[in-house]
Design a protein around this ligand. Structure first.
Ligand SMILES: Cc1ncc(COP(=O)(O)O)c(C=O)c1O
Length: 384
């Protein structure tokens, strides 16, 4: 038999995993700590963890483990549909994390030679999904405040098949107004291009309904909106996400997906999590208060440029500190605090970090540790 490396498809040969936040297992073993001893600011998920009702429902469903789960996640999709006006179960697909749906969408709709338009910097799995099927993405650049103008998209959209857009964007925490998004969707429609709109962090935004395009899927047959149970619902390790689009798009994706993609415990927990409005309310209030506290603290560090944050994480330029993001991450880790070095994001240099908003005690520890390392001269700059 030939060497395995010679048998691999060409597009897979150069494929590498994406770098992500939340690599606490690796970080802990690197410095000889247990995972629980690391304060993880690199993964932007609910600092309160999942709803107790979701956890109880996992226990109540343990007896289902010996059977296959419902391959179409019917009950969960029905529960998701009831959250949005004018949406039925047939407008919803559930995935093994929202990441599965990124890959599924690309594999289902991108043909040889098709172009995917991807803003930079943004979540890395869109690009990886496109490369995995052997195609090259085309990138769109933001303005210096990391905002994307619909005019630039309109120009670059010519000939594209899929446009990816993350709102609010990871890692910049920038929210794009709905009128800019609809301008992009309308321009895409003229090109017969899909818009894959990732709203995984939108539930952390105040008045999220005003910013979501879920209510527009009937008007725009080219729109697919992505959501996740990883972020605000905190069901991170269970792996469950969903997408909302026209019945035609969803039907094709349901036919193309792998069977039993969402396990029985994830389906049950996600359904229960949706019903726990109290937990969501508490989470949103905590994020609002703590984001204000964390922003104030970060802005007191003179060497930092802190960007306005629309999501539950803050994006910071640390170049004046004398450290690269990687050096700062390393030093913070030695103190048991994990931050996201953003240099792996396409379009960013080595001087940006991202930190999640967590509870007061944790945020205080983050600020104290940062100040200990880079100094705490007041009078930070705030980019507007
Ligand atoms: C913007 C964005 N979209 C999608 C995902 C994937 O989330 P999951 O697969 O856990 O639902 C992430 C994870 O970090 C993300 O940041």
């Amino acid at each position: 038999m030939k060497a395995t490396s010679r048998l691999v498809r060409d597009n897979i040969k150069s494929l590498k995993p994406c770098v992500h936040g939340g690599e606490v297992w690796e970080a802990a073993s690197k410095i000889g700590l247990r995972k629980e001893e690391i304060l993880d600011f690199s993964s932007s998920v609910n600092p309160l963890g999942p709803s107790k009702k979701a956890l109880e429902s996992i226990k109540a469903n343990l007896g289902h483990i010996p059977s296959y789960p419902d391959s179409n996640s019917t009950e969960l999709r029905e529960a998701i549909a009831t959250q949005f006006r004018g949406i039925g179960k047939d407008n919803v697909i559930a995935g093994n994390g929202s990441t599965e749906l990124i890959y599924l969408f690309v594999e289902t709709f991108m043909k040889k030679g098709d172009v995917a338009l991807i803003p930079e910097p943004t979540f890395g799995e869109y690009e990886r999904a496109v490369r995995r099927i052997g195609e090259e993405p085309k990138h769109v650049k933001p303005n210096p405040n990391f905002q994307f103008s619909p005019a630039v998209f309109a120009r670059d959209l010519s000939g594209a098949k899929i446009v990816f857009f993350c709102n609010p964007n990871n890692p910049t925490s920038v929210l794009t107004p709905p009128e800019h998004l609809t301008a992009i969707v309308e321009r895409a429609l003229e090109e017969n291009a899909f818009v894959f709109l990732d709203e995984d962090f939108l539930e952390f935004v105040d008045g999220e309904e005003r910013f979501s395009l879920i209510g527009k899927i009937r008007r725009y047959p080219n729109l697919f909106v992505l959501r996740s149970f990883t972020k605000i619902f905190g069901l991170t390790g269970l792996r469950v996400g969903y997408g909302i689009a026209s019945e035609e798009i969803i039907n094709v994706l349901l036919n193309a997906k792998i069977p039993w993609n969402v396990n029985c415990l994830a389906q049950a927990a996600a359904t229960a999590a949706l019903a726990d409005k109290e937990h969501l309310k508490k989470t949103r209030q905590l994020i609002k208060d703590e984001k204000a506290f964390l922003m104030r603290g970060l802005m007191q560090i003179k060497a930092f440029k802190v960007f306005p944050a629309d999501a539950n994480f803050v994006f910071v330029d640390v170049r004046q500190s004398g450290y690269t993001a990687a050096e700062l991450k390393e030093k913070m880790l030695r103190e048991g605090v994990l931050i996201r070095d953003c240099s792996s994001f396409r379009g960013l240099d080595e001087y940006y970090i991202r930190v999640a908003v967590k509870t007061r005690r944790e945020n205080e520890t983050l600020l104290e540790t940062l100040k200990k390392i880079v100094g705490n001269d007041v009078e930070a700059s705030f980019i507007t």
